[in-house]
Design a protein around this ligand. Structure first.
Ligand SMILES: C[S@@+](CC[C@H](N)C(=O)[O-])C[C@H]1O[C@@H](n2cnc3c(N)ncnc32)[C@H](O)[C@@H]1O
Length: 258
């Protein structure tokens, strides 16, 4: 469930053959959720996708239980894509009797199968991370831009891109905060599952459900303390409509705007 930082530059996480081999190898395990299970993300999902009839796209679904758990929680229309045909075939078979879940093999950098503005929400847990997890920075940045351009195209005005990642604002904001996407971005930071606060650590009484303050450049304030060094970052990117666009200038952002 945790990221393995040491392997980030070792394996080609952006490569379909890597993932196909991995899903074949781990087939007996059945399922695996990277970073967080649905239970850890539920408060954010319920807050930002209040309607269970929302059309949701999960990109790079892998063999995670997340989408199944969302259906158990009432969500009715979840399309899942992944570049790995192995993962998609396994998931299709597993969920063939659950009409709320659809699985399609697709590269997140080319989702031309879907028309513009066809989803209310796109959820990404670890997939942008996979594309950016290479040693070749220009290639990773180009892949990220293609993916995020596609995500932005598919979102309805007012729709939400929810990115769950290990990437802090220093390494993610420059990709997300691009005028072409028209996204208003709110950040949350949550500890990895099982993280124990030190008993004598009184550094913060902040609730994880509170958005994190950001500087004008969209970064963490210099004095901001991240309790768990292996925290997960949740970027909630709302695609603004024309009215919002005309009234927006700069950070700071706050949740009342969403
Ligand atoms: C870190 S795993 C996360 C899996 C799942 N979202 C979870 O939370 O457990 C990344 C997933 O992204 C998929 N992936 C990698 N590159 C992709 C691409 N270009 N298009 C679609 N999926 C991709 C991989 O096959 C893998 O299933």
């Amino acid at each position: 469930m945790y990221r393995d930082v040491s392997s980030c530059n070792t394996y080609n996480y952006g490569d379909a053959t890597y993932w196909d081999a991995r899903y074949v190898q781990e087939a007996e395990m059945g399922h695996f959720d990277w970073y967080q299970r649905y239970s850890g993300l539920r408060p954010f999902i319920r807050m930002y996708i209040p309607s269970c009839s929302s059309r949701v796209l999960v990109v790079g679904c892998g063999n995670a239980l997340m989408s199944e758990d969302m259906v158990k929680d009432g969500y009715e229309d979840i399309t899942n894509i992944d570049i790995s045909s192995v993962a998609i075939e396994m998931m299709r078979r597993k969920y063939e009797s659950i009409p709320q879940l659809k699985y399609m093999q697709m590269d997140v950098r080319d989702m031309s199968f879907f028309s513009d503005e066809s989803f209310d929400c796109v959820i990404d847990k670890g997939t942008l991370d996979s594309l950016m997890c290479g040693t070749d920075a220009p290639t990773s940045a180009a892949s990220a831009a293609r993916m995020l351009g596609e995500v932005s195209r598919l979102l309805k005005a007012g729709g939400i891109y929810m990115l769950i990642t290990y990437g802090d604002p220093n390494v993610r904001m420059l990709h997300l905060d691009q005028p072409v996407y028209n996204w208003r971005i709110i950040l949350y930071i949550i500890p990895r599952p099982g993280f124990q606060k030190l008993a004598n650590n009184s550094s913060t009484s902040r609730s994880y459900l509170e958005p994190v303050p950001l500087t004008e450049k969209g970064l963490l304030p210099p004095d901001f303390v991240v309790e768990d060094p292996d925290s997960h970052f949740i970027y909630v990117c709302k695609k603004m409509d024309e009215t919002e666009l005309s009234s927006i200038t700069t950070y700071p952002l706050d949740v009342d705007h969403l």
